[in-house]
Design a protein around this ligand. Structure first.
Ligand code: NAG
Ligand code: NAG
Length: 431
């Protein structure tokens, strides 16, 4: 998972539409979308007005306020479409290392894709606001574009596209989001997700206020996620398709994050359903496994217990770069993905996850096997291992982001992934 400035803010926020007879009333106008650094808007701070990073943050809050829906005093704003690319120009000095500012450095081991100066550019974007077709009763909008600025329309260019549609008459029906992402030689590491983010506070990977869809945050172990997923194209062997990815943040002492990037730690857990994804965690590479697995009877099984540890249930586990007491041997997560350190628990289809309704074998839910999933994400995430300093009280596992999509993690050739997602819902127990 790598961080990107949230470039979609201006394109996506128009999805909250209200019917006025047979037309759509767009609450976010083109002039709002087009707001750029230096252009004032209601509420913008003088500090942010001429600073592109701070401006983007405040613009998200402003656009969120425009399309906010008041329901039972729990306002919500929008779905988030997240497009990211993993290019990193290490000579730019742009990405801190586990929250600490670093000097530019040459990437001598070529850990990150970068074709040279300018490889961290924002993409081009074409956008069609949601329109209503009164004959079919369908609302539909889209955006697409490419990171390859010079030859964005060529066959060889990277490409992304999201088309959203919904039948007006079917009150119960949900939006259907159709996604497509294609890598290119210059942009071999791309990510595209649909995220339900917290309506306030920090969402997964961010150390500043964001906006979103979830007004009540789900907490392990008591929540479920329902969704319908149909994958038409997998994206090749490097495509880490996340049936579900959950993101949060807490400190190594278990306390909630407060925006201090040196001690905050982003935590992610991801179920990867591409059957070509290997298990990097195995008896010969226990540094890629969490120290232990907790089974459905709450028994702890250590990773050195070769007879009982479910190695193939894990793709990769890595410790946060600021963990002081990680159990050796270990693998440290990419220190540059987020402003703060991160921890990843990446899992694979396996019978140990069956009680949570997760895929149990390779190929479940993959191409040719569209499904509606009812996942006990809370139950599973309550039993995963996450690092904390010894002797500290366990963190409350409150999830601020839940998303579905793929991360094509450095493809060797141009790859295409295509899928549609609908009926995405986070279910909480009735209080
Ligand atoms: C973006 O989508 C529109 C509408 O479907 C299409 O006409 C256009 O060719 C797409 N852009 C690219 C670069 O494919
Ligand atoms: C396995 O690991 C646990 C936890 O680190 C340790 O207490 C135990 O002694 C180890 N067992 C063996 C057989 O090495």
């Amino acid at each position: 998972m790598r961080l990107a400035v949230r470039p979609w803010i201006w394109a996506v926020l128009e999805q909250l539409t209200v019917f006025v007879s047979q037309t759509l009333d767009h609450r976010v106008k083109e002039s709002d979308n087009k707001l750029g650094v230096g252009m004032p808007f209601p509420g913008v701070s003088s500090r942010a007005l001429h600073n592109v990073d701070l401006y983007a943050v405040e613009k998200e809050l402003y656009l969120g306020s425009l399309c906010q829906v008041q329901s039972d005093n729990k306002p919500w704003q929008f779905w988030m479409v997240m497009l990211k690319n993993g290019n990193f120009d290490t000579t730019s000095g742009l990405c801190p290392e586990n929250g600490k500012k670093i000097e530019p450095f040459p990437d001598t081991t070529r850990r990150f894709p970068c074709f040279g100066k300018g490889c961290m550019n924002q993409p081009v974007l074409y956008h069609q606001k949601t329109e209503y077709d009164s004959e079919t009763g369908v609302m539909r909008g889209w955006f697409n574009g490419s990171y390859d600025l010079a030859d964005a329309n060529s066959e060889k260019a990277s490409f992304y596209q999201v088309i959203w549609e919904k039948k007006k008459k079917e009150k119960e029906g949900s939006w259907v989001f159709n996604h497509k992402i294609k890598t290119s030689k210059k942009y071999p590491w791309l990510m595209l997700y649909l995220r339900a983010d917290a309506t306030s506070g920090f969402s997964g990977g961010y150390h500043y206020q964001t906006r979103g869809m979830m007004s009540i945050l789900p907490e392990s172990p008591n929540f479920k996620v329902k969704l319908t997923l149909e994958i038409q194209n997998g994206g090749g062997p490097k495509s880490q398709f996340y049936l579900i990815d959950i993101g949060s943040c807490w400190k190594n002492n278990g306390e909630a994050c407060d925006g201090d990037v040196v001690t905050d730690v982003t935590r992610y857990s991801e179920m990867i359903i591409n059957p070509e994804t290997p298990s990097w965690c195995n008896p010969k590479s226990v540094q890629n496994c969490p120290p232990y697995h907790i089974d459905q009877y709450d028994r702890v099984i250590y990773r050195n217990d070769t007879a009982r540890f479910p190695y193939s249930a894990y793709h990769y586990y890595c410790v946060p770069g600021n963990a002081k007491h990680a159990e050796k041997p270990y693998s440290v997560c990419d220190p540059y993905s987020n402003p703060q350190a991160q921890e990843l628990v990446q899992i694979l289809p396996h019978p140990v996850w069956e009680i949570y309704g997760y895929p149990t074998k390779q190929g479940d839910g993959w191409i040719g096997d569209p499904r509606t999933w009812d996942l006990d994400v809370g139950g599973l995430s309550g039993r995963l291992y996450f690092y904390q300093d010894p002797g500290t009280a366990p963190a409350k596992r409150i999830w601020t982001s839940i998303d579905v999509g793929t991360e094509i993690f450095v493809s060797d050739k141009d790859e295409v992934a295509e899928w549609s997602l609908s009926d995405f819902d986070v279910l909480l127990p009735k209080i």
